[in-house]
Design a protein. Structure first.
Length: 277
């Protein structure tokens, strides 16, 4: 068997623009025959995919996968070039399978999967980001993908009793919270979770706006603006999208009281197509 040197791999890559691992695999399969390796890469669609790799992929979808026991879940953003492909059934199936593999088989060669899909679809595809949530204790992870798959939410919720997790009112509450997060785009669960730098920035802006007023007035104005910021951006303080007269915190407490249990929101993720660019 011919020795597959780095120089040989580089030569093939220069001829095809294919990835290093794709070139190495092709050379191994063809016993170091560069011309045969080029033909192999062409047959596999790898060269075609490599040529598309530099094209912008600003459309796409958010996909998810939740473990059967609901103890872990993942969101992924997969981008393509056109909205037409983003609605393609084959592309949507690929993103769903990708999400599942990201959670259950993270050692998968995702670049190989991406390249193969580019060859099938005919557009550049990017695996832009992914993030997962896992439950530690009594609770579950739930997901919601908004119509069109441009926005996705992953939510980690806790409860005091295992029986609560199967209760229909609890399930309805969890669904309502995911819908609310998709619609209202909070930045954190509570004010304690907000980045201190963001709080300092908001405080500085408020102080500048209150400049020249009496000290007590300045303090009241700053506190008022900070509270407004928290009410707008913190999940638990936001007005419930289905009933803005009550906060999410109060809605959760009300349902929890009816269930005879304490329900808590631990974490959430919200992905929107394009916001990671």
């Amino acid at each position: 068997m011919a020795e597959i040197t780095a120089k040989l791999v580089a030569q093939l890559r220069g001829m095809t623009s294919a990835g290093l691992m794709d070139c190495k695999k092709a050379l191994i399969e063809t016993d170091g025959d560069v011309e045969a390796a080029v033909d192999l890469l062409r047959a596999q669609g790898t060269i075609k995919a490599a040529k598309k790799a530099g094209r912008e992929a600003n459309e796409g979808v958010i996909a998810h996968y939740i473990q059967p026991d609901s103890k872990a879940g993942i969101l992924v953003e997969v981008n393509c070039e056109t909205d037409f492909v983003a609605k393609n059934e084959q592309f949507l199936e690929f993103t769903g399978e990708l999400a599942k593999l990201k959670l259950t088989e993270p050692g998968t060669d995702f670049e190989e999967l991406r390249t193969a899909q580019v060859a099938k679809i005919g557009e550049n595809i990017l695996l832009s980001r992914d993030a997962k949530l896992e439950v530690d204790g009594t609770g579950l992870v739930a997901a919601y993908i908004h119509t069109g798959a441009k926005v996705g939410v992953l939510l980690q919720v806790g409860a005091g009793k295992e029986d609560t997790l199967g209760n229909e009112d609890f399930k309805a509450l969890v669904k309502d919270i995911t819908l609310h997060i998709a619609a209202s785009a909070p930045v954190s669960v509570s004010r304690d979770d907000v980045d201190p730098e963001l709080v300092a920035k908001e405080k500085a802006i408020a102080e500048e706006q209150a400049e020249g007023k009496p000290p007590q007035a300045v303090e009241n104005i700053v506190n008022g603006k900070l509270n407004k910021y928290f009410a707008t951006n913190c999940l638990l303080e936001q007005g419930f999208v289905k009933n803005p007269d009550i906060s999410i915190k109060d809605h959760i407490a009300s349902v929890g009281e009816a269930l005879g249990d304490e329900v808590t929101v631990a974490k959430f993720l919200r992905f929107q197509v394009g916001e990671s660019f």
